[in-house]
Design a protein around this ligand. Structure first.
Ligand code: SF4
Length: 247
């Protein structure tokens, strides 16, 4: 018998489904607006052979050293601004040290000194060494194995998988959480996995799309959705709950 109790369960389920569909549509729309306004981002920046610094551009293929540069960059960028990482990468490049064998051969103390501008340098030096041991172990490069490396959390693992190995894992960072929460699509305490799952469900699992969308969110957080947001000039203001609530 079709009881009232079941009707309520079904109704609730349908409401959740509708809400989820709306959020997925919003995720697509945000990408459309950001892409229209900011264009191609060319993430992750790496150093070309003839260059002295990492540059943003679309590359068909990465060299072995460029892939390694992304991996150590993903560790160095933990808890620091990218400009500090860039400074360090430029110095390592100047000393011709953007190479897994050369960094492996460096004593820990020397490596710590070289990466000092990125902060937490003693810990980060150990993390880079642990990562090199993993890369040299011959184990498969997958999310589970990366997460088992000392000092590697979901954001670092997904950045490595997406940008160094072209595997479609959406990278969630504080900027992504901030924008989506302010827009009213998630709670501010949403977990990493929950938010990543949302992006994975809303979008096709496409590596290039994931790379560029993440970069667009970072760009937006730096331009408008800052700690103190510049809502009046923001390109997402029509979509945003915070902005709407202020009107
Ligand atoms: S309107 Fe304000 S809070 Fe909303 S996304 Fe733009 S800058 Fe962020």
């Amino acid at each position: 018998m079709y009881t009232n109790k079941f009707y309520i369960i079904i109704k609730k389920h349908q409401e959740t489904m509708n809400k989820t569909r709306q959020i997925h549509k919003q995720i697509t729309r945000i990408h459309k607006i950001l892409y229209k306004n900011y264009g191609v981002q060319g993430w992750w920046p790496v150093t070309d052979k003839e260059s002295k610094r990492p540059t943003y551009k679309k590359r068909k293929k990465l060299s072995r050293n460029q892939r390694f540069e992304i991996i150590i960059g993903a560790i160095l960028t933990q808890n620091t601004a990218w400009k500090n990482v860039e400074k360090t990468i430029i110095e390592l490049n100047k000393k011709k040290l953007l190479d897994i064998h050369k960094i492996k051969a460096l004593p820990l103390k020397k490596l710590s000194k070289l990466i000092k501008p990125t902060g937490y340098y003693n810990q980060k030096a150990k993390k880079i060494k642990a990562m090199i041991d993993f890369l040299k172990s011959g184990k498969e490069i997958n999310r589970e194995n990366l997460l088992s490396v000392w000092g590697v959390g979901p954001e670092t693992a997904d950045s490595i998988l997406l940008y160094a190995y072209n595997k479609p894992f959406f990278v969630i960072d504080t900027y992504t959480k901030r924008i989506l929460a302010r827009m009213g699509l998630v709670k501010s305490n949403v977990s990493y996995n929950e938010l990543q799952h949302m992006f994975h469900k809303a979008l096709p699992r496409n590596t290039e799309l994931f790379k560029e969308y993440h970069a667009l969110l970072v760009e937006h957080a730096k331009k408008y959705c800052r700690t103190k947001p510049l809502c009046n000039k923001c390109v997402l203001k029509e979509e945003c709950k915070i902005k709407r609530s202020k009107q």
